[in-house]
Design a binder for this molecule. Structure first.
Ligand code: APR
Ligand code: ZN
Ligand code: ZN
Length: 361
């Protein structure tokens, strides 16, 4: 029997989001219905509401979520009713060139649920990133569910579904930060702070946080930054060089997504060092660099796509480390809110003192 539940819908471009009754079909082959317990509010949800991703309104928002599998469809063996799962937006095919080469994060044949959730009048909903978890329940592909230790708080676990995983993964997967490395992180929002926490976890000796906001820099220290630089008041490239014996950092992670901060990252790395771009630029942004500097400085210029993560490997591992107190996923949760507060959480994103607002159900 299809079920009716409450969910947060973005009805049209820049229109305020509202809580609506939505209809969830029984799970079909390869699908699962998940009872959502917590879902973080991410910039991408706001971008959907603004029509910046595509025009497939109405959207069912929310995609950083954890919950309990309620029912599964035919052929589902990877999860079962009662499992505590973190959702991901990349249920990969396992068969394309990217998957077969062991880089499934570049798989573009990803699977979401085939059936549609709808409004009461039958209008089909587009779930944000194929998830749609600002809702009491949602319908996903079973491959979007990763089973993790149920002892963890759902509001902490769910954050691995997007921004926090992107930041940690930028450090541990893409940047390959290792014991004793010096790391600089430019931009200390949720993603940058997660890169800082990931660098600490990886054993970095020196972690330099760069931001234009002193409040962000204070928080970055709690996440593991050993040094901070306000790039409004001092030149970040010089400051990073000074803090690394005149050389530059082994790994510089750019978590803003702008040409000027990328340029800082490029020049703040040591010779043969690595730059990781995890901030998301907009289509019109261009970067100009002397080609001779690209040639002469060597090393690697990388970008990090969803933290280059493997949910099946990285989610359970990070939950274990969280449970052991070696990384604090809960530190990213600034406030817990209800389904009706998502619009307020969007407004608070611009105030700058929220890492994550998390909807609790
Ligand atoms: N130099 C240094 N820091 C900057 C600059 C700058 N020129 N401009 C902005 N910042 C800082 C902000 O002060 C803020 O602390 O970058 C941080 C950005 O944080 P958030 O807006 O909270 O964004 P976050 O969720 O961390 O995402 C960062 O990754 O996923 C992408 O779309 C996302 O591009 C964004 C980036
Ligand atoms: Zn694939
Ligand atoms: Zn997100």
């Amino acid at each position: 029997m299809p079920q009716q539940v409450q969910g947060v819908v973005a009805p049209g471009k820049n229109e305020p989001v509202r809580v609506e009754t939505i209809v969830i079909p029984d799970p079909g082959p390869g699908e699962a219905v998940v009872k959502i317990q917590a879902c973080g509010v991410c910039h991408t949800d706001l971008h959907y509401k603004q029509g910046a991703i595509n025009d497939d309104f109405p959207f069912l928002l929310g995609h950083e979520a954890a919950g309990i599998v309620e029912s599964v469809g035919e052929g589902v063996t990877d999860v079962a009713p009662g499992d505590f799962v973190v959702l991901n937006w990349r249920a990969v095919c396992g068969q394309c060139r990217a998957c077969l080469r062991g880089r499934p994060w570049y798989c573009f044949d990803t699977h979401n649920a085939k059936q549609k959730m709808t409004l009461l009048d039958g209008t089909e909903l587009s779930p944000a990133l194929g998830i749609g978890a600002f809702a009491e329940k949602t319908l996903v592909a079973s491959g979007q569910c990763t089973k993790v230790d149920p002892a963890v708080a759902p509001e902490a676990a769910g954050l691995l579904g997007c921004g926090v995983m992107a930041g940690i993964g930028a450090a541990i997967n893409t940047g390959n930060v290792g014991r004793g490395d010096s790391v600089a992180v430019i931009g200390c929002g949720g993603v940058g702070d997660a890169a800082i926490a990931g660098s600490r976890l990886a054993g970095a000796a020196r972690i330099i946080a760069v931001d234009i906001d002193d409040k962000k820099l204070e928080k970055a220290k709690e996440m593991g930054a050993t040094h901070t630089v306000n790039s409004r008041t001092s030149d970040p490239v010089e400051a990073i060089r000074e803090l690394t014996g005149g050389f530059g950092a082994d790994v510089v992670i750019e978590a803003v997504g702008r040409p000027e901060t990328y340029q800082q990252a490029f020049y703040a790395r040591d010779l043969a060092g690595t730059v990781v771009l995890v901030g998301v630029p907009t289509p019109e942004m261009k970067l100009e660099l002397p080609l001779l500097d690209v040639f002469g400085r060597g090393g690697a210029l990388k970008s990090s796509w969803y933290g280059d993560c493997l949910p099946s490997r990285d989610f359970p591992m990070l939950i274990d480390l969280h449970q052991q107190g070696r990384i604090d996923l809960g530190a990213f949760v600034t406030e817990t809110i209800g389904l009706g507060d998502v619009e307020k959480a969007f407004a608070r994103m611009h105030e700058g003192d929220v890492l994550r607002s998390v909807v609790i159900l």
